[in-house]
Ligand binder design. Sequence first.
Ligand SMILES: O=P(O)(O)OC[C@H]1O[C@H](OP(=O)(O)OP(=O)(O)O)[C@H](O)[C@@H]1O
Ligand SMILES: Nc1ncnc2[nH]cnc12
Length: 182
Amino acid sequence: MSAYKDKDPRINGIKTTIRVVPDFPKPGIMFQDITPLFLEPKAFKDSVDIFIERYQGKNISVVAGIEARGFIFGPSIALAIGAKFVPLRKPKKLPGEVISEEYILEYGRDCLEMHVGAVEPGERALVVDDLIATGGTLCAAMNLLERVGAEVVECACVIELPDLKGRERLNGKPLYVLVEAH
Ligand SMILES: O=P(O)(O)OC[C@H]1O[C@H](OP(=O)(O)OP(=O)(O)O)[C@H](O)[C@@H]1O
Ligand SMILES: Nc1ncnc2[nH]cnc12
């Protein structure tokens, strides 16, 4: 599922703000830089609004945002739809008891952690990040939520890199994206 396939007229304004930086952070990586989106208040608001419109009224009780760039979009969505926001953080950042999931990135390895008790069994969760590449990060995020008995309703990202086939790692879980980048 994607907003660009629905031909939402706001998508083009969002897409044109994304800057591609070759060979960052490593040779061979075409880095999709979303920081110019934040310099354009209309395009930034449009991106958040599209997610809010999609998830309002879907009985979602928790928005889980992935550090770091998922923190830019997740809280605004959570506040607008009346859900709580749960940060999924990189290792050794959360002070309480945590559960952890390791994963492999397009340019390295990493791990996500979530506070025990932040999400209750049976909660309906939305996972938010800026981008899906190989899908390892979203997969780890979903595993954290499912380990505590939450139901992941959908994952939402601004950008998908479809050539890396990250969608195939989500075990059929729906993924909603605003733009594709090749
Ligand atoms: O689909 P994947 O191959 O797992 O990659 C996607 C992840 O990579 C980027 O984060 P990064 O780990 O670079 O961290 P940052 O947001 O802290 O910069 C991006 O923001 C996603 O979280
Ligand atoms: N190509 C890319 N651009 C931006 N963030 C990423 N995370 C993983 N791959 C990425």
